[in-house]
Design a protein around this ligand. Sequence first.
Ligand SMILES: Nc1ncnc2c1ncn2[C@@H]1O[C@H](COP(=O)(O)OP(=O)(O)O)[C@@H](O)[C@H]1O
Ligand SMILES: [Mg+2]
Length: 251
Amino acid sequence: MSTSTDSGSAADGAVLTFAGVTVGYGGVPAVRDLSVEVRPGEILALLGPNGAGKTTTLLAAVGALPVMSGSITALGAPIDHHVERNAKRGVTLVPDNRGLFHRLSVTDNLRLAKRKGGGSLDVVYESFPKLQSLRGRRCGNLSGGEQQMLALAKALLTKPSVLLIDELSLGLSPIAVQDLLPRLRNLADEQQMAVILVEQHIDLALGIADSAIVLHHGRVALRGSARELRERRDTVEDAYFGRLSTSDSAR
Ligand SMILES: Nc1ncnc2c1ncn2[C@@H]1O[C@H](COP(=O)(O)OP(=O)(O)O)[C@@H](O)[C@H]1O
Ligand SMILES: [Mg+2]
């Protein structure tokens, strides 16, 4: 992750770059002056309390929200206000509601995603073998953890170069989260896929991430390598709750 506030370009290997991005709703900023980038195989944990601007950041990244100022680029080309086109370029969002078809079977959910994205079912089943045995099951009858596996599997079928995951662990048991996160780490490593992970379990997220930012009220309160932030756990807590002065966080 770059800590610079300059433009950041594909020339330096970033898959997705935010350069001074301000984005919000109805002309009111929810995220201000955000500069961050992710590289192939990098997992960036995007942390912060409710309302900090995490979902807004991800929506801007896929082009679902137009930026008010600054720019977002994916693989060197600008992200515009066109979700389908950005998805075709490999910018894929797993939304916090997971975006599944609950009346359809696991297989049919996967088939639809494959038709759109053309990725490999082998890779999906290798990463999530349990889905094989659930193939005929109606999605609505899966556990939360199984549904999140399916949501990740569908996203993989779009062959993402950057995968944006909103609230991975929402409604999941701690065991399900502990099962999913290492799989995500493997996928990032093996597929050289960049990941932005919005996750409430700070320690679990920092445990598998390479880098992290903590947002508070739409601004970066703290950023650093995941290792560094693991060692500064109290500072992360302070940033999370808005107790850091600007000088603390500007490193
Ligand atoms: N559709 C919307 N219209 C207006 N304001 C919104 C909308 N969605 C989110 N916001 C506001 O934007 C801010 C950031 O929200 P959000 O990105 O959803 O935070 P997070 O995902 O970190 O909980 C909050 O103040 C929230 O109230
Ligand atoms: Mg959110």
